[in-house]
Design a binder for this molecule. Structure first.
Ligand code: GGG
Length: 361
């Protein structure tokens, strides 16, 4: 029987609306070639346009509208001209991550052949690591408040939350991932000299969980020097695990060292598959370039490949589709065409078509 994957397509805001059709084009080409069906549900909410009409980012019954979907394929969120960024983010993407317990945010970082590297002397192979970002707690909380508002005594408090359950499960995932890789190396990003309660505790949990993975080499680094090493010594890294905020920052910095953030994909995973997972580019809605059809769609396309791989647990048609899409991305980056972020003149659509043609071949 032909496998069918039920996908919710959520373009969101800004360039999300431009890269989504290209991601879908490529995923559909892979479906036709590798023999699976896509049952796509187009979602027109989780966007600032929806907010303009309804005063909120998503309908109250959003979960019911997503009933039965296997995965969410998501573009970008944010249109600060009409909705403050914290309102759009907390009203959509963060709701998905939390309500669907997508506690892993997996973000591969890789330098491709054909892409000029801003770091002098670096070759493909020198930058090839995975950032594992904790995705449901940490510094991303709504716990806190303002006192003496509007006066000179104004005080603002925002709490971070690190639960043992939440920290242990992301560490376990990262150890497993490192153990399955050739180098078996895990970097734990903390800041245990300055953030003197939660971060030494994170280091301690990393040691405790590491007891079960004696073959994984562990390196605990403060986030500041770790960031410098992303630039100066990127070959040090294999798997990097970090809290929500540190992981967010590292997974923009890492791709920036590979030439453009327009390539960086991400997978927001509920590894137990109790809830649907969500696949999105790392980049946001980029209001500055929206409307010109110049955004690089590769991050969206690569996220689609991660989605197919996850849906089939890295096997069969989904794995074959993933590999074909990644192969087509590699070929296009090596041989062109390129979008403007990589010095080319190709449009978003042209790049999507070039990759889809290679996947279909
Ligand atoms: N496609 C990702 C996106 O729209 N990101 C907007 C953003 O600001 N995300 C913050 C986050 O990932 O926590």
């Amino acid at each position: 029987m032909t496998p069918t994957f039920r996908i919710a397509l959520i373009a969101g805001d800004g360039i999300g609306k431009e890269v989504m059709p290209e991601g879908l084009r490529v995923v559909q080409a892979a479906a036709a070639r590798f023999g699976f069906e896509l049952d796509c549900r187009v979602i027109d909410w989780a966007s600032c346009d929806y907010h303009a009409e309804h005063g909120q980012m998503m309908p109250d019954d959003w979960k019911a509208e997503l009933k039965g979907v296997d995965a969410l394929y998501f573009g970008a969120v944010g249109w600060p001209a009409t909705v403050p960024d914290h309102v759009s983010l907390w009203g959509s993407l963060l709701k998905f991550r939390r309500e669907f317990d997508q506690y892993i945010n997996l973000r591969p970082v890789r330098l491709f052949e054909g892409v000029p590297c801003p770091l002098a002397g670096r070759q493909p192979g020198d930058i090839d690591y995975l950032v594992v970002r904790e995705n449901t707690e940490g510094e991303y909380t709504s716990l806190g408040g303002v006192m003496y508002e509007g006066t000179e005594r104004e005080i603002v408090i925002q709490e971070s939350v690190f639960s043992r359950h939440g920290t242990d499960r992301v560490l376990k995932y990262a150890y497993e991932l490192a153990q399955a890789r050739k180098r078996k190396h895990l970097t734990v990003a903390t800041k245990s000299n300055g953030i003197a309660i939660s971060m030494p505790w994170w280091d301690g949990r990393a040691d405790a969980i590491g007891q079960d993975y004696p073959d994984v080499k562990v390196d605990k680094q403060h986030i500041d020097i770790l960031s410098a090493r992303f630039v100066l010594q990127p070959t040090r890294f294999d798997v990097v695990v970090a809290s929500n905020l540190f992981g967010d920052i590292l997974s923009d910095l890492g791709p920036a060292t590979t030439g453009t953030i327009g390539l960086a994909p991400s997978a927001n995973l509920n590894p137990e598959r109790k809830f649907p997972s969500l696949f999105e580019p790392v980049h946001g809605s980029a209001p500055d370039i929206y409307g010109q059809n110049i955004a690089n769609p590769i991050a969206m396309i690569w996220s689609g490949a991660l989605m197919l791989d996850f849906l089939t647990q890295g096997q069969g048609a989904g794995r074959a589709a993933h590999d074909a899409i990644l192969g087509a991305i590699e070929a296009v980056l090596r041989e062109g065409p390129h979008t403007r972020d990589l010095g080319g003149t190709a449009s978003t659509t042209e790049l999507g078509m070039a990759i889809a043609e290679r996947v279909a071949a």
